[in-house]
Design a protein around this ligand. Structure first.
Ligand SMILES: Nc1nc2c(ncn2[C@@H]2O[C@H](COP(=O)(O)OP(=O)(O)OP(=O)(O)O)[C@@H](O)[C@H]2O)c(=O)[nH]1
Ligand SMILES: [Mg+2]
Length: 428
């Protein structure tokens, strides 16, 4: 008889720690710990308990006060925790003394996020970005890591004259970082060039931006009728995905999905992901997707703003797309309308108001486009480009010249006039 064995994978139990600073509401700290539990779940671990200490700030040497560390140790033993997760970014010293005090490995929020990114990165560029951010995270923490590096090194990276072990390690890591940066630049440039080749230099681009799990990929699928991976976990999408979206009045545009943001997103990750976030800056308008059924949505929007500041997109035009209204909204719509005049309420999962959003996009596109008659030499590369990106009303092929009546992006019209090509307002 054949027996089927169910192999139960052991899910490591973890204790979460957070410091609550004066004036910080209980709800905020609890939500942040719930989010830490979600992050751990995405990594395949389970947060079985948590401890919060009220302090003016994390202790520089131990994170928690020494007395409280004893409590952490007892609780970890009681709950069978395999490691400790701290809801902040820690220094090498804090990690070392927490590990010594509790006898358990310690991971901070940054390294947990980095691990998730590492597990989800699928393209060469994504992998390089994560690797770069991980090395940048390690650099100031080398004190703790050097024995590990020593083992890895083998024959290379010989100590320079008068260098301490730490200096040697730092030098090696700095060289690796520089190499990764160079390679990343190369890969990102190649992607950009490929994009250009696809003739979408002037294609109308809209970007989906927002907190992780807000429903960006679900919305991209609803808009384009395609199937981008979506999942109820954090950071499902790491690599920029773009889809063509057909609009009700005959226009089309490209909508790009981007990596989700989160509170305390490691700074190194934001800078490493700058190239893939370029599409946000290049887009006509950012569609800020927000799960408005989540009572924490304002904090999520604040975290999104923070990242947008870091990538220099804070002044970019935006529409707030309040998603998941099928789950109910946590504030009144009047309040939302007052605070966010350019907004729309949708359910990406159920398709509610997705057509309205398309019409909003089309309205913006019309604003940035003109009806013109252009005269191009036959064989000019601009003919093909105009056909691809414009809404064409008519074309007349004459001797050596083609006259096209079309609706074209202002940026494309400028390119034509800069090249002394004839452009006239369209007679209707
Ligand atoms: N009830 C409800 N669930 C939704 C809606 N939109 C998305 N979801 C769910 O929310 C979860 C996250 O959706 P995704 O589209 O993967 O979110 P995302 O913003 O792309 O997330 P990341 O790529 O991880 O940043 C999935 O389980 C979706 O099914 C909605 O309108 N209503
Ligand atoms: Mg996604």
């Amino acid at each position: 008889m054949t027996r089927l064995h169910t192999v139960r994978q052991s899910v490591p139990a973890v204790i979460g720690l957070a410091v609550q600073m004066p004036g910080q509401p209980d709800a905020e700290i609890e939500h942040s710990l719930t989010e830490l539990a979600e992050l751990l779940k995405t990594l395949g671990a389970r947060m079985v308990g948590s401890l919060i200490q009220k302090r003016s700030g994390p202790s520089r040497s131990n994170y928690f006060g020494t007395g409280k560390i004893e409590e952490v140790k007892l609780k970890a033993e009681e709950l069978g925790a395999k490691y400790i997760a701290v809801d902040d970014e820690l220094s090498a010293m804090q990690i070392k003394s927490l590990e010594a005090g509790t006898g358990l490995p310690v991971k901070d929020r940054t390294s947990i996020i980095l691990d998730i990114f590492a597990a989800h990165a699928s393209t060469r560029e994504g992998k390089l970005q994560v690797e770069l951010a991980m090395h940048q995270y390690q650099l100031p923490r080398l004190l703790r890591m050097w024995t590990h590096l020593e083992r890895q090194r083998g024959g290379i990276g010989l100590k320079g004259p008068g260098e301490t072990q730490l200096e040697t390690d730092r030098r090696i890591l700095n060289i690796k970082i520089k190499k990764l940066q160079e390679e990343l630049d190369r890969v990102s440039r190649a992607r950009e060039l490929q994009g250009r080749k696809r003739n979408d230099r002037f294609a109308p681009l809209f970007s989906l931006v927002g907190y992780t799990n807000a429903g960006k990929s679900t919305l991209l699928n609803a808009l384009s009728g395609s199937s981008v991976q979506m999942c109820n976990g954090l950071f499902t999408t790491l690599d920029p995905t773009a889809r063509r979206v057909e609009l009700p009045e005959g226009h089309w545009c490209i909508v790009s999905d981007t990596v989700g943001f989160i509170r305390k997103l490691p700074h190194g990750l934001v800078s490493a992901f700058k190239a893939t976030l370029e599409c946000v800056i290049q887009s006509e308008v950012m569609l800020i997707v927000c799960d408005v059924s989540d009572p924490q949505f304002r904090e999520h929007l604040a975290a999104v703003d923070e990242v947008l500041n870091q990538i220099g997109a804070s002044d970019h035009e935006r529409i707030y797309v309040f998603n998941k209204i099928d789950k109910g909204i946590s504030v009144s719509e009047e309040l939302l309308a007052a605070a966010y005049p350019d907004h729309i309420m949708i359910s990406a999962a159920e398709g509610t108001n997705v057509d309205r959003l398309k019409r909003m996009i089309e309205k913006i596109m019309r604003r940035n486009r003109r009806h013109v008659e252009i005269y191009l030499p036959v064989g000019s590369p601009y003919v093909g480009e105009a056909m691809t990106i414009g809404r064409i009303f008519s074309q007349e092929w004459g001797e050596g010249e083609v006259k096209i009546k079309a609706e074209l992006p202002v940026s494309f019209i400028k390119l034509l006039t800069d090249n002394n090509l004839k452009v006239e307002p369209m007679e209707r």
